[in-house]
Ligand binder design. Structure first.
Ligand SMILES: [Zn+2]
Length: 329
């Protein structure tokens, strides 16, 4: 049983957490670095744990680890030896597990919600390049090259005890297929696979989102498929695209709607006007079942999502629709 079905068998929706980097910056961490939040793993690990705790308190059912931009090659470039690099990648999982256990030890935190789980972030090859290519793709690498890049980190994250892999912000179908094929080398773990998108229908590199989802549909280890780090304005249509071709739960955790400027390492534009957390109800209505936020979203946003996602009315509705399904069959 993977943690996604465990939660969705018992609750109407699964609440994903929000941005890690944004919260680290709010606490004074300087992320202007090729290693991004992974740099804080080296320098201020306690703060990462604090942010995970804050998201659990806000209502998140899972913590996505600070390994998005962590890679063996990236750390080795910074002078770490292989063993140290692996240890640092695994530390991202340990921090999230510690935060989860601390949170769950307190009985007052438990009523009405499942035990949270740890989703180990597997960022795309483009995140290692640190030039914004996770929103473009077109790396010019083969499926095999990409498998070789992802293999050591994936192994390290699994060995550190992650509950599931969050393969996220994937811009290209070639990379998604490489990850899917690599997963078969680690048959005990499940994963979610989340693309970045350029518009209502296409993932960042340009392939149709629906076709990309279809390619992954029969993979037994993929527990959910969807979109993250994409503007909320494209999300309802993308959910519709996915729902046409998949039986798997659909996940969405868009960014705030601002766009990333890789040269300046900054965000431009205005966030969506309507509250992010309330807007997310529309995504539930469109059929998404795992819902959270990516860059520039906050524990407050996640708190709003958890609020409506755990309301008794939503649970009631779900029971009714299950009953209807049974009657119709
Ligand atoms: Zn993001």
């Amino acid at each position: 049983m993977n943690p996604v079905s465990y939660v969705l068998d018992r609750h109407p929706a699964l609440v994903i957490d929000g941005a890690l980097a944004t919260e680290l910056e709010r606490r004074g961490c300087d992320l202007n670095d090729d290693l991004w939040s992974a740099k804080i793993l080296l320098e201020q690990p306690e703060i990462i744990k604090q942010v995970h705790l804050e998201y659990f308190q806000a209502g998140a059912d899972c913590a996505i680890t600070a390994s998005y931009q962590a890679s063996l090659e990236g750390f080795q470039r910074r002078g770490l030896i292989e063993k140290e690099a692996i240890d640092l990648i695994q530390k991202s999982v340990r921090l999230a597990l510690e935060a989860r256990d601390e949170f769950w030890t307190e009985p007052a935190n438990r009523p009405g919600r499942p035990k949270p789980f740890v989703a180990a972030s597997v960022g795309p090859y483009g995140a290692f390049l640190a030039d914004g290519s996770e929103y473009r793709g077109n790396y010019g690498l083969s499926e095999k090259d990409l498998m070789d890049f992802h293999r050591p980190r994936m192994r390290a994250l699994i060995e550190a005890g992650a509950d599931i892999l969050a393969c996220e912000t994937i811009p290209s179908l070639t990379e998604a297929k490489a990850i899917a094929r690599l997963l078969r080398e680690f048959p005990s773990i499940s994963a979610w696979l989340s693309f970045s998108a350029r518009d209502e229908r296409h993932i960042s590199e340009g392939q149709r989102f629906a076709e990309s989802v279809e390619e992954l549909e029969n993979h037994p280890q993929i527990a959910a498929i969807g979109i993250n780090c994409t503007s909320p304005k494209f999300i309802p249509s993308l959910i519709g695209e996915a729902k046409r071709v998949t039986e798997k739960p659909v996940l969405v955790y868009p960014n705030s709607g601002e766009t990333y400027n890789a040269e300046k390492n900054d965000w431009n534009g205005d966030p969506v006007l309507e509250s992010f957390g309330w807007q997310a109800r529309e995504w539930y209505g469109a059929g998404a079942r795992l819902i959270g936020g990516c860059c520039r979203t906050t524990p407050d946003d996640i708190g709003v999502i958890a609020g409506w996602a755990r309301s008794s009315r939503l649970a009631q509705k779900r029971t009714e629709s299950k009953r209807d399904n049974v009657t119709n069959n």
